[in-house]
Design a protein around this ligand. Structure first.
Ligand SMILES: C[S@@+](CC[C@H](N)C(=O)[O-])C[C@H]1O[C@@H](n2cnc3c(N)ncnc32)[C@H](O)[C@@H]1O
Length: 283
């Protein structure tokens, strides 16, 4: 089989690490937290030295992170089965395949080179669009508006690579453009951003986090129209998700929680709501 050669920008390359994390987890015989056979296939087909990720502690963390977001998206879809999920910085994530209820709508957005790669593996359908674009521009907003509201925007492992000013402007235009929507993204505290190069994090790619945010409520205080509704550390698995974990990871999680305590707040997963438009809130 001829493998697919790739050429990705520095930040875009990070999508291969989260892809590999899901493939590796799927390959675990008994204790895998996620089943993602498409990730395994993609890793087999892409010409890239994935072995450099082996041993990186971020792999396990990225699997947990993706499960959290799956859970939030499933909850959204259980209340709004025909609504639209927008995956910003989709990489080669297979969330659509993992949560598809047969009625939902979906938009995957990523930078042009990452989207070109994504298009080698995923196709558009009546319910799904693939768009090359940046979270920093609004060129893809019309595609989203062509699909049914309400909207859930997920941006997993993406905003951290931007400068604070860019994060603020990207989130502001999202909140203004899509009032009454849900917006989920992760934040890393100053300690984590300043120590990302430390040996313990086993650095495998050149991309670096830029935006640090010690308290996700700061985003609410920016007054750009986003209200924080939920914020969790990676160790605070939602109850339903925790009970689905096999015994060993569940015990490991409890141990990690006892060990890290408040330090786990250096990385938060956050769910915001954009303010409803005035006309909608007056109805
Ligand atoms: C760590 S990867 C995460 C990929 C995917 N969300 C996942 O969890 O597997 C970061 C992703 O952010 C995308 N990205 C970086 N900057 C972006 C931007 N300005 N607009 C949209 N996507 C961006 C990259 O191309 C890459 O796919």
């Amino acid at each position: 089989m001829e493998r697919i050669s790739i050429e990705l920008g520095t930040v875009q390359e990070t999508l291969l690490s989260t892809l590999y994390a899901r493939a590796l987890e799927t390959g675990k015989k008994k204790r895998g937290l996620i089943q993602d056979p498409r990730a395994v296939e993609m890793v087999e087909q892409i010409d890239y030295d994935f072995t450099k990720f082996v041993g990186s502690p971020t792999l396990g963390a990225s699997v947990l992170r993706t499960l959290f977001y799956d859970d939030w998206v499933r909850k959204f879809l259980s209340s709004h089965p025909g609504g639209t999920v927008v995956e910003i910085g989709a990489g080669l994530n297979t969330r659509f395949e993992r949560v598809d209820n047969g009625r939902m709508h979906w938009v995957d957005v990523d930078l042009p080179d990452a989207m070109e790669l994504r298009e080698r593996f995923f196709s558009e359908s009546e319910r799904r669009r693939l768009v090359g674009g940046s979270v920093l521009d609004d060129s893809w907003f019309e595609v989203v508006r062509s699909l049914p509201a309400p909207y859930f925007f997920v941006s997993e492992g993406v905003l951290l690579y931007l400068d604070e000013a860019d994060v603020r402007s990207a989130l502001g235009q999202l909140a203004q453009g899509f009032p009454g929507s849900r917006v989920a993204f992760d934040t890393a505290g100053r300690w984590m951003v300043e120590h990302q190069g430390d040996e313990m994090f086993v650095k495998t790619v050149d991309a670096e986090y830029s935006w640090h945010c010690d308290d996700p409520e700061v985003v609410q205080r920016w007054d750009i129209g986003l209200r924080l509704t939920e914020s969790r550390t990676l160790l605070q698995l939602p109850r339903g998700l925790r009970s689905r974990l096999p015994l060993v990871p569940r015990l490991a999680l409890a141990g990690a929680k006892a060990f890290y305590g408040k330090k786990a707040r250096v990385y938060m997963l956050n769910l915001f709501e954009s303010q409803p438009s005035l006309s909608a809130s007056n109805q």
